[in-house]
Ligand binder design. Sequence first.
Ligand code: HEC
Ligand code: HEC
Length: 393
Amino acid sequence: MRAVWVAALLVAVTACGALFTEATPDADLFDAPLDGLSATELGAFARGDAEFARPFSVREGLGPIFNDLSCAACHSGDGRGRPDNVLTRIGSPADGFLAPLGGPQIQSRAIPGASPEVVPMGVALSLRLPPPVFGVGLIEAVPEAALLALADSADTNRDGISGRPNWVVPADYVPGVASARRIGRFGRKGQTATLLEQTVEAYHQDMGITTEQRPNDNLHPDDPASAADGASDPEIPAATVAAVVAYLRMLAPPDPSAETPDVVRGRTLFSQAGCSACHVPTLTSGDAPIAALRGRAVTLYSDLLLHDMGPRLADLRPDGSATGTEWKTPPLWGLRLMSRFLNGQAFLLHDGRARSIAEAIEWHGGEADRARAHWLGLSPADQRALLAFVGSR
Ligand code: HEC
Ligand code: HEC
């Protein structure tokens, strides 16, 4: 009798072993490299991966004020963050009065001996859930002309939708920037144009790590003790910044799941409801520093443009040329796997307030009012099919 039990147990243990040792296919990961990279590029990818995951210590230059210890701490598994790593932006970067308040972002943590920032009175607050970082190299490689072709700021086709680009002036360390403005594509309001700037500013603002581009520590405006994080500046070499930028560029978006009859029907409903007017299924990349990024279909479900989403989603905080009611259409790729990287949970929209795809749709307003009304008018079976489609991307 006992022997039978032992045998059964052994079988169970080996079966589990087999289950757990099988590697997740790349198509199901948020941190897989693009197809078609050279061996040298894959080496750079691995170096950047390690830097993205690297937690900084005080000795290595963390702080004095900061939000978290590593890039990966906020971008869970290279996907979106959770409400506990939401960033608080204050006021409008255009307002001169922000400098004395310590800049546009609240650093809520500090190293020993320094004080964290507190939210000042009377400024507009905007909570920002960290977006996923996979596929951002492809997003960077979409030519400006392709985005301008989708823009319709005056709503000349009278569909109630008037996407417009966020024109931003990149930081002076971005190469070739003398020609001034570019279309921003990163951040919840598309307020950043390049991955270099996104990375340098994340090191500086989110982690308090100085670089050749930003060699001075970010200090608490009225806490002189915060000047001392001990490490000499720049705290990381230019090669580290370059490795992280290269890593971000080479991150592949996950593949959508297999088509089911519901998914196929959901795709038609998605376009009939007007979702695809903003969540544009496919863009095409142009030229890029990495061959694997050039001329690729970018199936992101976004136009990367700004839309007025109405008062319920408004943060009343302008950013670049984005107003207080505008948000950049977020890509929908990778939603299939979102909850796997968030302990089975879902956090959607700019501040993570929606706990399901259906809830996210119901928050839509402004230019998306018609699409929301269309969604509300669908039969339960059609709603299920639409959700199956969006949730399969
Ligand atoms: C404290 C949390 C936090 C840390 C640490 C952090 N990020 Fe982010 N990241 C965010 C948030 C929040 C946004 C969106 C910001 C906004 O919209 O204002 C963002 C945006 C981004 C984006 C733009 C994605 C897109 O498609 O819009 C990239 C790329 C990125 N971060 C990379 C990095 C890198 C690289 C590091 C480390 C050097 C890093 N982040 C560290 C929270 C964080
Ligand atoms: C007018 C443009 C527009 C239309 C039309 C539109 N959306 Fe959106 N969608 C947005 C914007 C902008 C956001 C981000 C809002 C925010 O973060 O506050 C968004 C957010 C989302 C999100 C959350 C994504 C995330 O990562 O948090 C989902 C899901 C979504 N939309 C699905 C849909 C579906 C399904 C439809 C059609 C019924 C639709 N949208 C119609 C612009 C649009």
